[in-house]
Unconditional design. Structure first.
Length: 114
């Protein structure tokens, strides 16, 4: 069973930056196709960034140009660089495989103040 541990969240002012990390257990094959999701209170979880195996990264329109997804196979870790943060980016952030999800991690909370 793959375990996912997200970290790097916090509270920042609008316009600030954060970098989220997602450490995956087991083989590097476990992070070949991954994505970052977020969920705000009362809202459905949404996929905001994805990096498929061998394909191009893709982003939700709401974060395009501000967020960058990347991975480091040597560390078996997925990242999400978030710049120019807005209050509407406030949410709990999770990483997972978009197809055939692993068990969800605990997530990391991001709060952007205006």
């Amino acid at each position: 069973q793959v375990q996912l541990v997200e970290s790097g969240g916090g509270t920042v002012q609008a316009g600030g930056s954060l970098r989220l990390s997602c450490a995956a257990s087991g083989s590097v094959d476990n992070i070949r196709s991954m994505g970052w999701y977020r969920q705000s209170p009362g809202q459905a979880r949404e996929l905001v960034a994805a990096v498929p195996n061998g394909g191009s990264t893709n982003y939700a329109d709401s974060v395009k140009g501000r967020f960058t997804i990347s991975r480091d196979y040597a560390k078996n870790t997925l990242y999400l660089q978030m710049n120019s943060l807005k209050p509407e980016d406030t949410a709990d952030y999770y990483c997972n495989r978009p197809v055939r999800n692993y068990a969800w991690g605990q997530g990391t909370q991001v709060t952007v103040s205006s």
